[in-house]
Design a protein around this ligand. Sequence first.
Ligand code: ATP
Length: 244
Amino acid sequence: MHLQVKALVKTYGTFPALKGVSFEIDHGTVVGLIGPNGAGKTTLLKCILKLLRYEQGEILYDGQPLMSRKEIAREISYIPDQPVYYEELTLEENLNLYAMLSGLSRQEFLEKKQMLIEDLALAEHLGQLPDRLSKGNKQKMMIAMAFLKNFRLVLADEPFSGLDPVMIRSLKDLFGRVKKEKKTVLISTHLLDLAQTICDSYIFLDHGRILATGTQEDVLRIAGSSVEDKFCLEEAYMRLLQRK
Ligand code: ATP
């Protein structure tokens, strides 16, 4: 999915959380959404999902402004920053329910579910109630729910949070796989070394404004580094914040 965000303004009461945010994301790319605490990353993702209303601006999904909540739910997957689930259902029942709502065929669901259970090492936790899961295993449940769907765009808010190194690698592989399928990935993360290994381009956000967008070369140029310099996302981030 090709995503275009144009001059987006979002306020909470009188507090401006997004102050005219614009960028574009090509389909089949992995994009890192980078910025300090409170920059507006979660707010932006929720606006794209239409979970939040915004006052001004436009969001185009493959060039179309009018995508219903239903279409969004079908085509865009979301890994939220806080786990969301039915607490009275087991992990497996949560997955089953989510797949049912996503409209997967039974065969497709069983294949995907099996693959995700293996990739995310969830087998021994399937019968557990989510409240009893560790933070990392709750996060893996959210990832499994997001990847069960036949999405065209996945929005991931701090998806690596709480994962052990083996699971971080599994999630990186999952993102790599969806990219090969020409799906689009937008990841909000503070883990810059990790982002640098998986992202094709970046969106830097601070205090509700875009500081820079683009590929490594674009970011180096905007950050005032020589394009001959070896790209280091952390270095670019520090430079961009200092230059404001
Ligand atoms: P973090 O990296 O810490 O997760 P973020 O970049 O995702 O931060 P947001 O959660 O989008 O930032 O918040 C952006 C700003 O909007 C912050 O100043 C936050 O305090 C404010 N904010 C977020 N939600 C609300 C709300 N419901 N009511 C009022 N202000 C809010």
